[in-house]
Design a protein around this ligand. Structure first.
Ligand code: GAL
Length: 703
């Protein structure tokens, strides 16, 4: 019956126009916009409005000659598109699009909404966001407008509609990016507009103020509200003691919803005008906590931006600070791809940047290795940020594909040129029939993620050493070091697809999820849970029961308590006669007699108590890893035991080495500071590089 309903609209069109409308469905899964045989297309950002018009032709031609498949326009150019209210000027952008087309390059068109023109904010200062100190954020940089301002949304609708009408049918325009890294770069908005929308959000959620009072536990410290109008955005800067954690959790949820609604509103406008051949996305930062990509899953797909070498990450070994950590691009690939099944990299670091803690040179070869890591993660495209090094403005000293003279190719630009040529070689070798090799498939692993766990454990870390993403990435990196294909998934996904599911620090849950986990294990899945799991319900209330009671039966314990140490002290856990130091977090467990103890605490007043436990249940197993260590060695070794006991064949790769598979190609990458040998199968044909890799080198083979 449902089938018939789906068919009816097509049938009627068929009867009217005599055409049978079956073709690639260009919908949510987006795949129809890309061709597998292209493997991955490579592009570069260009800002025509930032350069004299006489340079454009030369620059765009050069971009095409260097091997780029597409360029990117429009992102911050509102003032050039609408220099005065209602006076539009698109002639310059028309010309730039034409130049791309003449040079056989596609264009990603971007809405300029992170940068409202000054005429707009001078006329309507109430569209500006307000920071936690109560200061109104001013014109002078970017992302100064509030997502919650109705007025701002009206102006956004105006410019986005104009752009969509103008370029929605332009064959050179491949797809659309909405805004840029919508995030307010770590700042929350405390404006009256945000305040009002937060109250509306709360009213929608709780319906009555009594329900809010109950859920937030406002009897504590007499916080009780009489009406929604009295609720303020929680702001530590105007409070004498710690804010209500439930208020903070709800505010973070609201903030992430607000970002998503701002982006999705733009998608709705675009979709009214653009052709079905054009896709719509936005670009997000992978590790950013205040914006939640999962809330934007109605986009055709979500892309990401990545900068790995800016003095924040020491990477692996002595030279790691020049390459970044393998989990940087790796985690972003595996986090963004499963959202709709498609992803791309909108911005990849081009070499040295200007905004880091310090800005080292990348090790020669690193940019190329990053591009191949993006390739290995299944991305449809990678776009380099940016083609020309800016001579003026806030990003002077930022590398581009070209040197400051606008003529010579920079060192990292050369790496792009090399990859563009190598990709042609891979396209020729591509075999459409290639299937994921069984050894890889057997170790498919899911990391279960819900931003609520991140927000809530960070709201109440209990120790200055707690960091949710660092905790999660220890498990992610361990699975990658076994050569496992990893998907970071949410609870909507079917767990049964994955032989191993890891749910790190899954603090907030309900009986239904525990039941799903139980069934997954009964049917043969291997579930791994870690520190802090199951302590609270979905609204972050502790259970009126034993601590973390809902997971006790599943993991096979009677009692749990936790301990935290000063940073200057270390305690030891022992597993299989090996010692592991911890001081961040420890769940101390008391087990049932059927639970196997893998590791115990060797000191403190709970010496001899279990730290890591495992039990068989039905056809599968459940393992609980109580401690959070600095180096992640205990977590890795415990996880290794899970795969080995389950009979899953794993690789045992040295730190910094990755082995991936995509479209029939094996890919080996070396992020370590030493030479490494990649386990390329004996019968494989090496297409690019050799299996002995220097730091920042790559090998690609085909079986
Ligand atoms: C990104 C941002 C770009 C540019 C770049 C500089 O995070 O999206 O617009 O500022 O950093 O490295």
């Amino acid at each position: 019956m449902k089938f018939l309903f789906n068919l009816l609209p097509r049938l009627s069109v068929f009867l009217l126009f005599g055409v049978w409308l079956i073709g690639p469905v260009k919908g949510q899964n987006g795949k129809a916009w890309f061709n597998d045989k292209d493997l991955m297309l490579v592009g570069s950002y260009y800002y025509p409005e930032q350069w004299p018009e006489q340079n454009w032709e030369r620059d765009i031609k050069k971009m095409a000659e260097l091997g780029f498949d597409f360029t990117h326009y429009g992102e911050f150019a509102w003032a050039a598109m609408e220099p005065e209210e209602g006076q539009y000027n698109f002639a310059w952008l028309d010309r730039a699009v034409e130049l791309a087309e003449m040079n056989n390059m596609k264009v990603i068109m971007c809405t300029p909404t992170p940068t409202p023109p000054v005429w707009l904010t001078s006329k309507h200062p109430d569209v500006l966001m307000v920071n936690e100190d109560g200061r109104t954020v001013q014109h002078g940089a970017r992302q100064q407008a509030s997502w919650s301002s109705e007025k701002y949304r009206q102006y956004v609708e105006g410019i986005v509609t104009k752009m969509a009408q103008r370029y929605g049918d332009n064959k050179a325009v491949w797809g659309w990016q909405i805004d840029n890294e919508p995030s307010h770069y770590g700042k929350f908005d405390y404006s009256d507009n945000a305040q009002e929308r937060f109250r509306e959000w709360l009213e929608e959620k709780y319906k009555t103020i009594d329900a809010l009072n109950k859920s937030w536990g406002t009897a504590f410290w007499s916080l009780t509200y009489n009406s929604f109008d009295q609720v303020q955005i929680p702001n530590g800067k105007v409070l004498v003691a710690q804010p209500n954690p439930h208020a903070i959790l709800d505010f973070k949820r609201f903030h992430a919803d607000e970002a998503a609604s701002f982006v999705l509103m733009q998608q709705e406008i675009l979709k009214k005008h653009i052709s079905e051949d054009q896709w719509v996305t936005t670009n997000l930062m992978a590790d950013y906590s205040m914006v939640d990509p999962l809330r934007m899953k109605e986009l055709d797909f979500v892309t990401y931006t990545k900068y790995l070498v800016a003095g924040f990450d020491m990477g692996i070994g002595e030279q790691g600070f020049r390459m970044g950590a393998p989990a940087g691009i790796g985690f972003a690939n595996d986090f963004f791809r499963p959202i709709t099944g498609v992803t791309g990299v909108m911005e990849l670091q081009p070499g040295q940047v200007n905004w880091g803690q310090y800005n080292p040179q990348t090790m020669p070869g690193t940019v190329r290795m990053w591009i191949y890591h993006v390739f290995a993660g299944g991305n449809e495209f990678v776009c380099n940020y940016r083609f020309r090094q800016p001579l003026t403005g806030g990003e002077q000293y930022h590398y581009g594909i070209l040197k400051p003279d606008g003529l010579e190719v920079s060192s990292s630009g050369e790496e792009y040129v090399q990859v563009a040529k190598e990709l042609d070689k891979l396209r020729k070798a591509y075999k459409p029939e290639a299937k994921l090799p069984p050894a890889f498939a057997a170790r498919r692993t899911a990391i279960l993620y819900n931003p609520d766990n991140r927000w809530e454990t960070e709201n109440q870390p209990q120790t200055n050493q707690w960091d949710f993403m660092t905790h999660l990435k220890k498990y992610y990196s361990a699975a990658k070091s076994f050569g496992a294909p990893v998907d970071v998934i949410t609870e909507v996904k079917d767990l049964a697809e994955y032989p191993v599911v890891i749910a790190p620090a899954y603090q907030l849950l309900d009986a239904e999820l525990v039941e799903r986990w139980r069934k997954y294990v009964e049917q043969g899945g291997h579930l791994v849970l870690s520190s802090r799991t199951g302590q609270k319900d979905r609204e972050a209330h502790l259970w009126e029961a034993r601590f973390a009671a809902p997971v006790h039966e599943l993991i096979g314990v009677k009692e749990i308590f936790y301990d935290l140490l000063p940073e200057s002290r270390e305690s030891i856990v022992s597993m299989d006669n090996q010692s592991y130091a911890w001081n961040n977090w420890a769940d101390i467990l008391e087990v049932n007699n059927k639970t196997e103890v893998w590791a115990t605490y060797t000191d403190q007043f709970y010496k001899g108590k279990p730290a890591v436990i495992s039990r068989k249940a039905g056809k599968g197993t459940v393992t609980y890893i109580g401690p959070d260590t600095d180096d992640g060695k205990l977590e890795r070794d415990a996880l290794k035991k899970v795969y080995q006991r389950a009979g899953i064949g794993i690789l045992d790769l040295p730190e910094g080495v990755l082995v991936e598979w995509r479209h029939g190609f094996g890919i080996g990458l070396n992020y370590s500071s030493q030479n490494q040998s990649i386990p390329v199968p004996a019968k494989a044909k090496v297409l690019i590089g050799r299996k002995e890799l220097k730091p920042a080198d790559v090998v690609i083979w085909q079986e």
